[in-house]
Design a protein around this ligand. Structure first.
Ligand code: GLP
Length: 263
């Protein structure tokens, strides 16, 4: 893992958007793996701005979202499809046909999960996967005990996740689905490059587990330690409990790739 600690969440967000912008410029037909959540809203706002201000071109990209709630229709305000259309797809030059979000309303969910894997393979795999971090350590909706080899599938949501995401459902826990479709941990690890954005004090404990903790299926994000090209972008608040902080600072000063990112 390469780790960058930014002074605050805003700078961490802008750096994440810049990494994505550079990747799109280097490979205009890149397949992007995309994430949802409050943290990502500002990343997408920065990408929309890059599209308007610097002509960042999405017209050759394909996108694959990590997850979607089961039983929530694509057109519903709470769906991740609506989230993506609202925050990114309708605001840049990408055809909706090039954007993929799992279908949480499919009658044969298992078959659609297999199709999702096939679509990923057909486009040559994800070139850059953007990831947020759930407070329970999930990536996508890979809740505790997800196998590191898991693929796209239906999962049961952790009560902690339902609680964390109730804000999207009129703050009413009864309205939060119990199930979701998510790319698996194994699917995520297949991406050629991963960038994780985790900011704010609420992520401090799980970020330390992800970076320094032992590998455990109880915290899916620890699987990222096995990925050969994973960049973690964070802020001072989330990095507060990292015990190897001085070594991370040392790397940030002396690693050529990190220097390039920070310049
Ligand atoms: C949801 C998504 C995750 C995301 C997480 C983080 O649970 N399924 O992919 O990482 O939210 O959310 P936030 O950025 O709101 O903390």
């Amino acid at each position: 893992m390469k780790i960058v600690i930014c002074p605050d969440g805003e700078q961490a967000t802008l750096l994440t958007a810049r990494v994505m912008e550079d990747a799109i410029r280097q490979q205009p037909d890149i397949a992007l793996g995309l994430a949802t959540g409050r943290t990502m809203e500002k990343v997408y706002a920065a990408l929309v701005q890059a599209h308007h201000d610097r002509g960042l071109d999405f017209s050759h990209c394909q996108t694959f979202n990590l997850d979607e709630y089961v039983g929530i229709s694509a057109s519903s305000a709470q769906s991740y499809r609506t989230y993506m259309n609202t925050h990114l797809f309708s605001r840049v030059n990408i055809a909706l046909s090039a954007t993929h979000v799992p279908d949480g309303m499919a009658t044969d969910l298992a078959a659609r999960c297999l199709d999702y894997e096939k679509s990923l393979l057909a486009c040559g795999g994800v070139g850059l996967q953007l990831l947020g971090l759930g407070e329970n350590g999930h990536i996508g909706f890979n809740e505790p005990f997800s196998a590191f080899t898991s693929r796209t599938r239906v999962v049961t949501l952790d009560p902690a996740t339902r609680e964390q995401n109730r804000g999207m459902f009129d703050d009413n826990l009864d309205h939060v689905p119990y199930h979701a479709v998510t790319m698996g941990v194994g699917t995520i690890l297949d991406a050629r490059r991963i960038v994780v954005l985790a900011t704010g004090a609420a992520k401090a404990s799980v970020l330390a587990d992800m970076i320094e903790g032992p590998l455990t299926a109880s915290i899916s994000a620890t699987a990222l330690q096995m990925h050969a090209n994973c960049l973690v972008i964070t802020d001072e608040a989330a990095a507060a409990t990292l015990s190897r902080r001085s070594f991370i600072n040392h790397l940030m000063q002396h690693d050529a790739e990190l220097q390039g990112l920070l310049s």
